[in-house]
Design a protein around this ligand. Structure first.
Ligand code: ZN
Length: 501
């Protein structure tokens, strides 16, 4: 007789199989699907998501969870058995509040909305996207009501990506970050020592950019026998299983930063997925502790490693050789300053570390207003532009570089943006611990040696998948909860040196 735990794992496995099949369709939609496939593809992913959901919230699943909870009640708290059952129990309880028809309709709406956004963004045509956005906001409000009563109408949105996190906590952290970051950015502007990033804005052959990026992330430890890279409008990582974690990236022919850093960023997500313990295959654990934890990994490789001086001591000679005409006469220090230039700008994904969180905060505030019904979708462009003026002192020329720039709302991801900033904070809290545990980390990076760093991340974070909730995992590793101070200290030190503050 199989144990109750084994029976539950089989049921979870079936859910995971259907869900991953939907992921394959979604990946295909964003990479290779011809435009004509959009309408039928929306039906296909809708059907698969509905089937997965029905299986997930079935009575059979509920009974299996109940039996496995009893069976594993006395198991060691750190075992897979104990954790997988409890993780699934929380997941089941939450998802069971959502009707299957709602899921099917929701998936169809977002699939079509993404398609509409892909056309509306380059045309800067907010009016064409508005009917889709109105539906999405309406459905997100409905979603919150499935979880009533709540402390804040935004809590269920946040909890979907960041289990256990409350709107009030995010507000408190942002309230600490905002004045400090605004002050830092102002001090940099007042210092009057602008950094010249012209060397990054030249013609760079895209195939050479691709090859350089692949070489870097291979040396990081991204395993191409269990992954691959393709191009897409918006870079992302997909988890089909522990043996197939794919990344996409985006290159610009006239700016080297975009492809370079998005490749490193996505490899950080992918190595997290590749590092989950094989014992957790075919569970929801392969997605990691949370979105913020995922961002802590991607932002760590992109920024703490990829925008650091030690990293470029190792890799700049090769980059110069690859692009000799463009960078042959640009010295390392000039290049290092260029990739760390601080500038108030309009586009989040191109923002530097000092201004990045400001982009997130303004989105978070708009999402709160939308959920609290203090703002309607049709008034978003105006509200967006006001916030951008307020936070960054700039005015978008059009909606393409304003409210239409991000894919998230078209995909229905309300509550996602804060995880980027939380990920930034976590990345630095982890980094401080890593530097204690690996005292010669900088020298290792200067020598293009990343094995110890990756092994540390695997041991402390990756292998656990979603066994621990994010704040619990952070406490296990650092002894502390989420904190803004280490990140602010990191920014002040790094940019203080670059700008001579
Ligand atoms: Zn990311």
């Amino acid at each position: 007789m199989p144990s109750h735990y084994e029976r539950l794992r089989n049921l979870i496995g079936t859910y995971s199989d259907i869900d991953r099949a939907g992921q394959v369709l979604d990946w295909d939609q964003q990479t290779y699907m011809p435009p004509g496939g959009a309408i039928e593809r929306a039906e296909q992913v809708s059907t698969l998501n509905r089937l997965a959901h029905e299986h997930l919230v079935s009575d059979e699943m509920g009974e299996a969870i109940e039996a496995a909870l009893h069976e594993t009640a006395n198991a060691d708290r750190d075992t897979d058995e104990h954790r997988v059952v409890r993780h699934m129990s929380r997941f089941y309880t939450k998802r069971r509040r959502i009707p299957a028809e709602w899921i099917g309709e929701w998936t169809r709406i977002t699939s079509l909305a993404q398609n509409a956004w892909e056309k509306a963004r380059p045309a800067s045509d907010f009016a064409a996207f508005l009917p889709h956005l109105e539906k999405i906001i309406d459905y997100r409000r409905q979603y919150s009501e499935f979880f009533a009563p709540y402390d804040h109408v935004y809590d269920p949105q946040l909890d979907y990506f960041e289990p256990g996190m409350k709107t009030a906590e995010v507000r408190a952290v942002f309230a600490e970050l905002r004045p400090a970051q605004v002050e830092l950015v102002q001090a940099i502007a007042d210092r009057g020592r602008p950094v010249d990033d012209a060397p990054l804005h030249q013609a760079f052959d895209i195939q050479k950019q691709w090859d350089f990026g692949v070489d870097v992330v291979t040396q990081f430890g991204y395993d191409f026998t269990r992954g691959r890279q393709d191009r897409s409008a918006h870079p992302f990582t997909t988890f089909f299983g522990l043996g197939d974690v794919r990344i996409t990236t985006r290159f610009l022919g006239d700016y080297i930063g975009s492809g370079l850093f998005s490749t490193m960023h996505e490899s950080g997500h992918a190595m997290y997925g590749q590092g989950v313990s094989p014992s957790l295959a075919r569970t929801e654990n392969i997605h990691g502790a949370s979105y913020a934890f995922h961002e802590s990994q991607s932002r760590m490789w992109e920024n703490l490693v990829g925008r650091s001086r030690p990293f470029w001591k190792a890799f700049y000679p090769k980059l110069q050789k690859t692009f000799f005409a463009q960078l042959g006469s640009v010295d390392l220090e000039t290049f290092y300053r260029a990739i760390n230039k601080v500038e108030r700008s309009l586009i989040r994904v191109e923002a530097d570390e000092a201004t990045y969180n400001l982009h997130i905060m303004l989105r978070f505030e708009l999402e709160l207003d939308l959920m609290e019904k203090r703002l309607e979708a049709r008034d978003l462009p105006e509200a967006w532009n006001r916030k951008v003026k307020d936070y960054l002192g700039l005015t978008p020329k059009n909606d393409r570089e304003g409210v239409l720039q991000d894919i998230h709302w078209s995909a229905g991801y309300v509550g996602y943006f804060p995880t980027y900033s939380l990920g930034n904070l976590i990345s630095v809290q982890l980094w401080e611990q890593i530097r204690k545990d690996l005292p010669d980390l900088e020298r290792q990076i200067e020598g293009a040696r990343f094995a110890d760093l990756l092994a540390w991340l695997r041991e402390k974070i990756h292998r656990h998948g979603a066994k621990y909730e994010p704040v619990e995992l952070l406490r296990r590793i650092t002894g502390q909860g989420l904190q803004a101070a280490p990140y602010l200290e990191y920014l002040r030190t790094k940019y203080g040196e670059i700008y001579g503050l």
